[in-house]
Write a protein that binds this ligand. Structure first.
Ligand SMILES: *Cc1c(COP(=O)(O)O)cnc(C)c1O
Length: 375
């Protein structure tokens, strides 16, 4: 049996090596390294895949979030509601722009923003909500959009972990994650469900004015070359990355299905293990398993991680410390106990190997080893 990896980029690459190598070589042959044809092609391909009017590629998922916020008419001190149980980027960009992060606790079952707590967090200063579609399934967008409409708030969906996930509305309409709010953002970091061979990101919107503001801000605040109408940033997707993504986008649905098969194995084999709780399904969303994350019960989670490590099974903790208790965010004045579900999850969660190349032999080794754990 081959070594078990948390993520297997090499195995995934080898299956499409010829296609990817040719795509990269093509870019090198043309030397159109910046804004080459593959960038525009990828933009159109992703617009088609997501069924969204505008895709604006950029340099990474963190930039995507920052550009999205900067393109809206916000001013320092405006409040942005999001979760504390997420990757730091979501909150980092709010702070960097002089805006104020306001946290809402998450659901214990699906790890996403708890809708019942959302409205209580809204104040006259609230301007936007950033739901994070954590680990591969959508936050409850219909309810979020209704609340946002009622209070005239923008919604920016952090779709870095859920590109390709579907959300179904009560009228049976299905939309892709990231295309429901005013703006969606994603990352093509290599280990994401759609990953490139370096850094990459994108922003989506159906709003022509927002799209224009995003394009200008991401391009040094200019629409006409060397005429700068606002202060912007430089955030581009390299042509080589776009070329890789044009190949890999064709496989995204297959990749997501492969991840779901891994999750099905874990769910079936682990559902009756008394010290584990398998991940819950979010309402109205499918799950594309960026991560497969269990909650441990009545055991020391870190000891379980060590045990797995010793058996050759990597397992990761996403995330060990909630953002509201991080040193960098002390200035916000939160304390332990403020978001009890988030804090409990940080102590109890453990994520198992999740990628497109896991074999049945590896999967049974992982679940049999887990079942054999004794504290
Ligand atoms: C990965 C990730 C990001 C940031 O993406 P980068 O491309 O690494 O900047 C933002 N939000 C979430 C939830 C992520 O998982």
């Amino acid at each position: 049996m081959n070594n078990i990896k948390m993520v297997d980029l090499k195995g995934q690459y080898e299956r499409i090596k010829n296609e990817v190598d040719n795509a990269i070589k093509n870019v090198i042959d043309t030397t159109a390294f910046i804004n080459g044809g593959d960038v525009q092609l990828f933009q159109r391909n992703l617009e088609k895949y997501l069924n969204v009017k505008h895709v604006i590629p950029c340099a990474n998922g963190t930039d995507a979030l920052q550009i999205a916020l900067a393109a809206l008419d916000l001013k320092p001190g405006d409040e942005i509601i999001t979760v504390s149980f997420t990757f730091v980027a979501t909150v980092e960009v709010i702070s960097l722009l002089g805006l104020k992060p306001i946290f809402v606790d998450v659901n214990k079952n699906d790890f996403n923003l708890n809708i019942d707590l959302l409205e209580k967090a809204i104040t006259p200063k609230t301007k936007a909500i950033i739901p994070v579609h954590l680990f591969g399934q959508c936050a409850d967008m219909e309810k979020i959009m209704n609340i946002a409409k009622k209070h005239k708030l923008y919604v920016i969906e952090d779709t870095a972990q859920a590109l390709g996930a579907d959300y179904t509305f009560s009228n049976d309409e299905v939309k892709k994650a990231g295309t429901i709010g005013d703006i969606g953002t994603t990352s093509f970091f290599p280990s994401k469900n759609l990953g490139c061979f370096g850094d990459g990101g994108a922003i989506f919107t159906n709003d022509d004015n927002i799209a224009e503001a995003i394009r200008i801000y991401a391009n040094h605040g200019m629409k006409v070359r060397y005429y700068h109408q606002t202060i912007g940033v430089n955030s581009r997707l390299d042509t080589i990355q776009a070329a890789v993504l044009n190949v890999k986008l064709n496989y995204l649905n297959d990749y997501n299905v492969a991840r779901q098969k891994v999750a099905n194995h874990y769910n079936t084999e682990l559902k009756n293990v008394d010290f584990l709780e398998t991940p819950g399904f979010a309402p109205n969303s499918n799950h594309i398993f960026h991560q497969y994350t269990l909650r441990t019960k009545n055991i020391n989670r870190d000891n379980l991680q060590k045990y797995l490590q010793e058996k050759g099974i990597p397992a990761m903790i996403y995330y060990p410390v909630p953002l509201h208790l991080q040193e960098a965010y002390k200035y916000l004045g939160f304390k332990a106990g403020d978001f009890p579900v988030t804090e409990e999850l940080c102590k109890r969660v453990i994520s198992l190997p999740m990628h497109t190349e896991l074999t049945s032999e590896q999967l049974f080794f992982i679940t049999d080893t887990l079942k054999g754990y004794k504290e």
